[in-house]
Design a protein around this ligand. Structure first.
Ligand code: ZN
Length: 148
């Protein structure tokens, strides 16, 4: 468990400090806003969906290390997946982060490091914000996502 905890911190720190996929896709096909008032995390997500496949994903906004790391890893994870796979991944990730389910770690790959946040309820919202936002983006919801 200590090993997992170290890995968790290392990944979160790395992605929190040097986030991947930052910015905005000008000709995006899907977008959504997310807000976590409890922590102050705000996120604007843009996606390019070609046919049924997410070919690009970028985010911008201000957030704590955990929400930034989560958005960085989420955008990496959804690229190349089809919309059905993204929806399943959203459910799996939220189940893991909230502690409501314990998915097979192999299914989530490196995203499994977020299992550590389920012990910290305030942090669960930071970790799941970008996932709820991508879910809204692909379902075409115009309502901004809020964790409250
Ligand atoms: Zn946060």
């Amino acid at each position: 468990m200590d090993e997992l905890r170290d890995l968790y911190q290392e990944m979160i720190l790395d992605h929190g400090k040097r986030p991947r996929n930052q910015g905005r896709i000008e000709a995006s096909t899907h977008e959504a806003d997310g807000h976590n008032p409890l922590c102050g995390d705000v996120l604007h997500l843009t996606l390019t969906v070609d046919g049924d496949t997410v070919t690009d994903a970028r985010f911008e906004g201000e957030g704590c290390a955990i929400s930034t790391a989560s958005a960085s890893m989420m955008t990496d994870a959804v690229k190349g997946k089809n919309l059905g796979e993204v929806k399943r991944l959203v459910d799996t990730f939220i189940g893991l982060a909230t502690g409501e389910s314990s998915p097979d770690p192999n299914e989530l790959g490196k995203l499994a490091v977020f299992s550590g946040v389920s012990e910290f309820p305030a942090r669960v919202k930071c970790a799941t914000l970008s996932w709820r936002t991508v879910e809204a983006a692909i379902s075409g919801s115009d309502e901004p996502i809020t964790t409250e």
